[in-house]
Design a protein around this ligand. Structure first.
Ligand SMILES: Nc1ncnc2c1ncn2[C@@H]1O[C@H](COP(=O)(O)OP(=O)(O)OP(=O)(O)O)[C@@H](O)[C@H]1O
Ligand SMILES: [Mg+2]
Length: 463
């Protein structure tokens, strides 16, 4: 408001009613008590909150001097300071939890490796009938515990993951395809891709797991029908944003991955805790509260950031920011490498549903036909029936029910020359040598990239 519009007018003519009343009350008080007084008030001008302070000073018998000061900046700085303090507190808490859980998870993981290894030997060599059932129980429980410790390890970033240039769009597409098989049909899955550059330096399985966790959470938040949308956008994060972020990020060009749902949403006192390990609102047995903790770790592992916006009844949006790969720093862009295609039929034997689905999806998209089995016994039955049309097998080494070694021998009994690709996260050199001596054997390291998988399958089937 320019000065000529309010000079010579009374407060009632120029200020909102409650400000005028505040002023009259204060003037009255100062006239009666003859002491200074002051008041603050806020008004919203064009959707922006502004704060003012008025001081009232008695001037002789019946006059009061009132001075008004705009304290909006001061007030905002104060509020921002409080917000940053809270954020710091939250970040420190998560860091401490990370250190604690990382240590526990590491020891647990080692203990579990021992339990699984020993139980594996028991199933393969010694046990029959009822004994075997118990050993299988041990294996199933130990494998479930391994899944949990893996999430904890991701949260605490106790392990460094291998990273390489990858196309995040492939990961989003694959996640949506996988979710399509898992979530209720009444839930619509969408993708919105407006990013031109989607190449980042990262780890496929870490990111895929993170997006799956978020997709599954979103599906849980939707009562009956609703929509989950994955989006990809390029964006620039400026210095100011990076400085105010609780994450250790630097100014630059980023890929923004959005996961949006039309579900139940969250209140602020819930969303403040969602990244903490073991924070869950789900009933016991239904959620462990490790999904978003693992997402948080994966995002940090990628030098990125994650934010959440949510309102009860309105739905939730998560944004993950990952730094884009510098175009010049890429020796071979994954995108430019021609993906090998094939028409062979492959049997995948793996107890992990996610691996079966991911690998099938990758191979099918390149022209292969895929059959799957979720354990050794099922795999052998399928191979006995269909061996005339199967060109190669991908076999997981560590499985309950019937371990990899035993399955391997029985498969070879059905067909001596079938190429077998052993897939494993950790195979001992000694075991590999033994297997190598058994003819057409190849090794695939988990987690694998689409390119490596396709190339190895072709090499195995065609040489
Ligand atoms: N999209 C969402 N909408 C509403 N609430 C959510 C959403 N995502 C997460 N939450 C809340 O955050 C909590 C923590 O999520 P998180 O994935 O870490 O654990 P969880 O899903 O409960 O268990 P799990 O370990 O099986 O993933 C959830 O219990 C839920 O209250
Ligand atoms: Mg979850």
């Amino acid at each position: 408001m320019p000065p000529h519009e309010f000079l010579g007018k009374s407060i009632d003519e120029v200020a909102p009613e409650y400000v005028a009343k505040l002023t009259h009350d204060n003037i009255e008080k100062v006239l009666q008590t003859r002491t200074k007084s002051y008041a603050t008030y806020e008004i919203t001008i064009q959707k922006e909150k502004r704060y003012y302070e008025i001081r009232y000073t008695p001037m002789g018998e019946n006059r009061v001097l009132s001075t008004m000061r705009n304290i909006t900046e001061l007030r905002n700085a104060e509020l921002e300071g409080k917000r940053l303090e809270e954020q710091l507190h939250q970040t420190q808490k998560l860091e401490a939890l990370g250190r604690l859980s990382g240590g526990i998870a590491h020891d647990f993981n080692n203990a579990l490796a021992g339990i699984i290894g020993a139980a594996e030997i028991l199933t393969e060599e010694h046990s029959k009938g009822e004994e075997k059932e118990f050993v299988t129980l041990i294996l199933t429980a130990a494998n479930r515990a391994t899944d949990l410790t893996k999430k904890l390890l991701t949260f605490s970033r106790a392990e460094v993951s291998e990273k390489y240039p990858l196309d995040a769009q492939d990961i989003v597409t694959e996640t949506v395809a996988l979710l399509g098989h898992t979530v209720d049909r009444a839930i619509t899955l969408n993708t919105e891709i407006t990013a031109r550059d989607t190449t980042i330096i990262g780890n496929t399985s870490l990111l895929q797991n993170a997006l799956m966790n978020m997709g599954i959470n979103a599906s849980h938040a939707i009562e009956k029908t609703g929509t989950i949308t994955f989006s990809l956008k390029n964006t620039h994060l400026d210095k100011e944003y990076c400085l105010s972020s609780p994450f250790n990020i630097e100014e630059g060009d980023y890929l923004e991955i959005g996961v949006r749902d039309t579900g139940c949403g969250m209140s602020p006192d819930i969303s403040a805790h969602i990244f903490e390990p073991f924070f869950t609102t789900k009933p016991t047995g239904e959620g462990t509260g490790l999904g978003l903790a693992a997402v948080y770790g994966a995002v940090q592992e990628h030098a990125g950031a994650i934010t959440v916006y949510s309102e009860p009844g309105q739905g939730t949006i998560f944004y993950i920011y990952l730094p884009l790969a510098e175009p010049l720093s890429l020796p071979v862009q994954e995108k430019n490498r021609q993906l090998p295609r094939g028409t062979e039929t492959i049997l995948i034997i793996d107890d992990e549903e996610l691996i079966r689905k991911t690998a099938s999806h990758m191979l099918e998209s390149l022209g292969f036909t895929v059959l799957t089995a979720s354990n050794g016994r099922e795999g052998i039955e399928l191979f006995q029936k269909e061996h005339h049309r199967i060109d190669g097998i991908i076999l997981d080494m560590i499985m309950p029910v019937m371990g990899g070694q035993e399955t391997f021998s029985l498969l070879r009994d059905v067909h001596r020359d079938i190429p077998i690709i052993i897939s494993s996260g950790f195979t001992k050199e000694k075991d590999m040598e033994q297997l190598r001596a058994k003819g057409r054997v190849f090794f695939l390291h988990k987690p694998f990239k689409k390119f490596d998988l396709a190339e190895l399958v072709l090499r195995a089937c065609r040489n």
